[in-house]
Ligand binder design. Sequence first.
Ligand code: IMO
Ligand code: MG
Length: 408
Amino acid sequence: MPAYIVMGAQWGDEGKGKIVDVLAEKMDFVVRFQGGANAGHTVIHGDIKYVTHLIPSGVISGRSVNIIGNGCVVNPTTLFEEMETLRKQGVNISPDKFIISPAAHMVLPIHEYLDRALNEKIGTTNRGIGPAYTDKVRRTGIRWESACDGSFEEAYREHLDFVEKVYAIVDDKEIQLLRDGIPEQVEAVKRLRPFVRDARPLLAEATKNGSKILYEGAQGTFLDIDHGTYPFVTSSNTSIGGAYTGSGVFLDFVKRIGIVKSYTTRVGEGPFPTELFDETGQALRDHGNEYGATTGRPRRCGWLDLALLKESCMINGFNYIVFSKISCLSGLETLKVAIAYNSDGSPVYHELPGWEEDVLGCTEYDKLPDNCRKYIEFVEDFLGVPIGIVSTGPDRDHVIERQPIFAK
Ligand code: IMO
Ligand code: MG
């Protein structure tokens, strides 16, 4: 039985949460392999809105085993609060359904502090992600195994001593506040201990016994530390390679699903060739409610960039595309898509006629306006990857399934 992977094809916020949610309830395992609480997935079930940052979306339906892989960075207090919020919404999270890899790194208040203090250039989410991965790569990080062998408190105390030596930016008052906060971290880590164990053997077994496995990507391909718009990126591998290093198991993904928003957005700093600064950009922001789920920041908006997406398809080997938020394009007279770049880096645009009709919630492809279908088919032809699902609104049944998502 197949393994699936869902990844953002652009700069994040493509609408991964909804598709992951639809898939997750059919899965035996759901795996997060990179990132931390910089991700924000919103899932709507009936009247209830769930927001997850760290915990794989599979916990909501309660069917699957949910794994936070070694490639992730996890903040104990944030995780604990997220679990409590979900619990209050009726989601039961037990150690047999939720596992944290002992090799995943911790994000601690010192990392959040450093992120805030050093963040001017990139415009990060301030969740401590970069500093935590910095510690990982510098080999000075604290892993979740320390929750099990009782070494956490001492390791964190030593870490703060180390930080004090290394960073002139951390003043005496701040370091005292951080030291005073140690008991709170110790308590959160202690409570999370039952969830920490090596899930690699479980996953390896699952690949052999026919279990259904979903890998849930966070952020987007061009925020990848290696393949993104460096240095304006996050600190993990958000593209397909991260799935292997971030979980420790090889999987032959039968469906490599790229989520493509039908226009482009980006949060934070960094290049964005098709960005719009005019009223069309504002119209997209309003229509698409393009404000960050994690930070509330207004997202930068622009035309669809197919030249960029072609590269995304190359990197990830997508064989199935979900084309999201198409209803946000209604009412624009002309739509532009970038198909190449000029020598100065500006985009070469191809123009397509727009449509007036509201397509929110449409479930039949044939009912879409002609020009809407032409737009979809132009993208599909250009990328050479089938658009299997067109998402027409925020609800889970606001989809047009052109090609079955579940492999036969
Ligand atoms: P989801 O999962 C969009 C961006 C930040 C910043 C850069 C680095 O919702 O798609 P970081 O805090 O990771 O060090 O910030 O990456 N960024 C995201 N943008 N969606 C996300 O996640 C993001 N996570 C990080 O805005 O530019
Ligand atoms: Mg987001």
